[in-house]
Ligand binder design. Sequence first.
Ligand SMILES: Nc1nc2c(c(=O)[nH]1)N[C@H]1C(S)=C(S)[C@@H](COP(=O)(O)O)O[C@H]1N2
Ligand SMILES: [Mo]
Length: 377
Amino acid sequence: MRGRAAIADALGRLEPPPRLVDWSLFAVVCAEAVTGLLSFTIGTPAGWPIFWLHRALGFAIVVLIGWKLSRVRNRLLRRRLWQRSTALSVLTLVATVGAISTGVVWVFGLDVRVAYWTVLSVHVGFGLALVPLVVAHVATRFRPPRRVDFEGRRTAAQYAVLLIAGAAVYRLQQGVNALLSAPGEDRRFTGSQPREAEGNDGFPVTSWVADDPDPIDREAYRLSVTGLVAEPRTFTADDLVADDELTALLDCTSGWYTVQEWGGIRVGDLVTAAGGPAAGSGADAGEGAAAGAREPAYVRFVSVTGYRWSLPLSEAEDALLATHVGGDPLSHGHGGPARLVAPGRRGFQWVKWVTRVEVRAERDPAQWVVTLISGFD
Ligand SMILES: Nc1nc2c(c(=O)[nH]1)N[C@H]1C(S)=C(S)[C@@H](COP(=O)(O)O)O[C@H]1N2
Ligand SMILES: [Mo]
């Protein structure tokens, strides 16, 4: 096969020195973890370059791993050459292959499931496992990069070719997807696939990790609106009359999205009903608030489970505290009696089973951790 020989030859000529391949792999895996996690926070199309970069870097890993494997093949295949660190190397390789293959399957739009998880969630699992593995792998065979590894122009050219090839592969892949007009057709820039039916049964119930409260008794349910408001108030479920409607798109990081007609109360009206935002008042305006005036700047939505998220005040005012979807009361699974609908935000920020709305002065960095562990006893 002349074509294959030519490609192998071209790749061989591009191949950087071994140490550079290794350090590039390390850097690219770290960059993949960062862009992957960052992509989870992006809900509006302006953030597309992060998704693009994540794919191009994925392609770079494939090429780099190819060079690396052709170098260490003998060491891996001959058992008697195994050292203690080889097991770790193999594990790292398995996680890499797992992350890449699930990534490729996902990009091509196949809607495969592994038990309860979507292929995207499995991809995230492999990716997260890969980070400590790669760090440990680097630690066992640490060889610092050396100046001689970087051949100036040549190195730069090699990397430029890699990136351009990555972009070309990405375009090609889009073309293939269009040709097959696979389930990929209606995917968002986030890669999420549509769930098109209306109402409670039209989209999956998805909870983050372990959040799974008992159904909330409507009679016993109370919603408090507190913090930096003039007159903190408590509402019953019947007080929450669904006067407002909002069509909004929920895009879950496990890879699906749905557009629904949500009914409920504009958060701005809820805050107004509690006297409106008020500087410096309210005992629980925020931990560690310095003495002196505390200006209302954020609204924090807290679930009965402790799960929580906050939005800047002006954004929160236009968000909806939803009690209905598709004309029906929200089911328990979807967060009834009331959940946050935050247009332009990813699904994990749409807090379900909201029991507290707090106007605060500070942002809430701990929310990133709380959403991960909430629900574990
Ligand atoms: N309290 C709470 N709210 C939550 C979650 C959760 O685990 N607990 N999961 C979030 C995630 S990851 C998504 S995608 C949406 C899913 O909403 P749904 O179950 O109505 O589809 O709810 C969000 N709100
Ligand atoms: Mo999600």
